[in-house]
Design a protein around this ligand. Structure first.
Ligand SMILES: *Cc1c(COP(=O)(O)O)cnc(C)c1O
Length: 224
């Protein structure tokens, strides 16, 4: 990616390269309002943030037709701050969190769409649920009783490595699991895999939603 290109040019190039069925989440974490506005003016409406407070502040300042998605690890005690507007929560990795989202959504008379984060990376630092736990959650009575959340799919993050074979294996495993589940549960239609460094591979492996930050907005100061 040419670093001299503008946000709107980066966005246009990426959008043109994506198959039509792929949803693009523009990851704007750490980026200022002016950068988000440039992407908005170029037609982008779905933005991803990884800190609840930062997303709340940006939601407050930006046009109200933006769909704000939470892609980061969730602090349960902060779910209440975004419950009235968040469009999709990607990183749900415990039943406790799902229950909290349901409780907060209920207060606003909403149904919040969620993705369960599956553990696919080797390293311990990556959050996520084992596939068996995801199956147990979806089949449980307690889950079925939650009326203010809707699980619409799965999210995953690959190991941070240059080994494309490994990344491909991790994405493919998740996709196979996703296909099996989505045959069983008709509400599951979203597979959120792929970031700036690996999204073409993720799309080859069945992604329906990519989360792209630095390839649109340039590199970030902080390493998150
Ligand atoms: C930061 C982040 C992204 C985007 O990363 P880039 O490499 O900048 O595209 C995607 N997903 C999650 C969960 C992130 O935290």
């Amino acid at each position: 990616m040419n670093s001299n290109m503008s946000i709107s040019e980066n966005l246009k190039n990426i959008k043109n390269s994506l198959p039509e069925h792929i949803t693009l989440v523009a990851v704007s974490k750490t980026k200022p309002i002016a950068d988000i506005q440039e992407a908005y003016d170029a037609g982008q409406r779905i933005f991803g943030e990884n800190k609840i407070q930062e997303m709340v502040d940006k939601h407050h300042e930006m046009p109200k037709d933006i769909k704000w998605q939470m892609i980061g690890h969730l602090q349960r005690n902060k779910v209440k701050y975004m419950a009235h507007f968040v469009d999709l929560i990607h990183g749900v990795d415990s039943f406790k969190t799902l229950k909290e989202i349901d409780k907060q959504a209920k207060k606003h008379d909403r149904i919040i769409n969620c993705l369960l984060q599956a553990k696919i990376a080797e390293e311990d630092s990556k959050f996520g649920l084992p596939f068996t736990t995801i199956e147990e959650i979806l089949a449980s009575e307690e889950f079925i009783a939650l009326k203010n959340i809707k699980v619409v799919g799965l999210m995953g993050m690959s190991t941070f490595t240059d080994d494309t074979e490994q990344i491909k294996n991790e994405f493919s495993n998740l996709n196979s699991f996703f296909i099996t589940l989505s045959n069983q549960y008709k509400t599951l239609n979203t597979l959120s895999i792929g970031m700036s460094g690996d999204y073409p591979l993720a799309i080859d492996c069945g992604s329906t939603m990519v989360r792209i930050g630095s390839a649109i907005f340039g590199s970030r100061q902080l390493t998150n």
